[in-house]
Design a protein around this ligand. Sequence first.
Ligand SMILES: Nc1ncnc2c1ncn2[C@@H]1O[C@H](COP(=O)(O)OP(=O)(O)O)[C@@H](O)[C@H]1O
Ligand SMILES: CSC[C@H]1O[C@H](OP(=O)(O)O)[C@H](O)[C@@H]1O
Length: 400
Amino acid sequence: MSKYVAFNNDTALSYVQELGQFFPTDSELSCYEFGDGNLNLVFRIQDTNQRSIILKQALPYARCVGESWPLTLDRARIEASVLQKHGKVCPALTVKVLHHDSELAVTILEDLGDLAILRGELNQGQTFRQLGSDVATYLARTSFYHSDFYLSPADKKALVQEFTNPELCSITEDLFFDDPYRVHERNNFPAELTEQVHLLRQNSTLLINIARLKSKFFSSPQTLLHGDVHTGSIFVSQNQTKFIDPEFGFFGPIGFDLGSFIGNLLLNYCAHNGRVAEAPRRRDLHTYLLNTISTCLQVFEQQWLALAKEESRDLALQAPGFSEQFLQEVLQDAMGYCGTELIRRTIGLAHVADIDEIEAADKRLAVQKQTLLLGEQLILNAKSCRSTDDFYQLIISFVH
Ligand SMILES: Nc1ncnc2c1ncn2[C@@H]1O[C@H](COP(=O)(O)OP(=O)(O)O)[C@@H](O)[C@H]1O
Ligand SMILES: CSC[C@H]1O[C@H](OP(=O)(O)O)[C@H](O)[C@@H]1O
């Protein structure tokens, strides 16, 4: 019999007290639930001396929809294990796992409450100098050390099995590659976008590119991805960056995480057109976002190629020039996935606050038209991207 039970504030608190590991004995503890994500419960347990931990628990369904959308509890195991694997190769940029119980689908994490979620900060016009290089470092190190360049074929195949994540992958497969391109009740966009959406769905070249991206998502186990790199999955301060929430993790194409991240910066870029009235301020924020994208691409490339040169263990993959060729394809994939993130966040089920919180309907609509068009252009032009500079110049040519 399963011991699973969904916690409330009281039972989460008792569970932590029984573990007896995180606070001095006789501490006066309190607990409250404050999750704002689409899927899980998140509790903070704290004492009266500023000590606190986070308890995250998966529900047997998607929290944002309810029991009508059942969802595997195994996502908690996947999330904790990805964090442990990524934390080994990139400890400074990964939230720490303090405890995990797969049967209860519970993970206890370090409390990052001194930092803030990146999406909210960007929406308030905050900037973070180290963001582009930190994200690049996380993506380069986690993707390289879980790739065929580094792992033995046997270890890699065992890990691919351990991180098979069919139910969560199926959500991504539906929301990124199917729903936006067909009529579906999960989609969500204003009537004024109908004509643009209709044209998008009739673009046969676009649909072939979407098919290519989905096919690669299905069957390209290049590395252990985070699987859901958006600006709501990154905590930041002026001197720290921490990744959380990799429950969509699985072995997939390296370009998926990189493209998702850049897609979220571009969603924020376009949203500023509807959020920030003063032109000079808007220009500064746009410049910051473009510089962050440029830094992220360059540092990712530098670090990935350096790791490939110094740490590759597979003989054939060390052939001179191969890692550069491999990386070029990663960049093309990233540009395509970046486009799919822009489109699905505009007309699919899961939107972003960057756009949805724009109060004036006409300004919001103008932003939605821009993100849809930008997404389409990035997907259509992905194959012509041969370098990080090409990637950056293509973005510039579409946003200006
Ligand atoms: N380690 C943490 N420290 C502090 N707050 C956290 C931590 N992990 C999650 N949270 C809070 O809980 C919210 C939801 O967490 P998230 O992991 O994104 O949940 P979901 O899986 O439901 O998307 C985050 O936006 C953040 O406010
Ligand atoms: C019903 S899942 C929709 C969407 O939510 C996930 O993000 P998060 O849990 O971090 O809010 C993921 O991006 C899914 O595509």
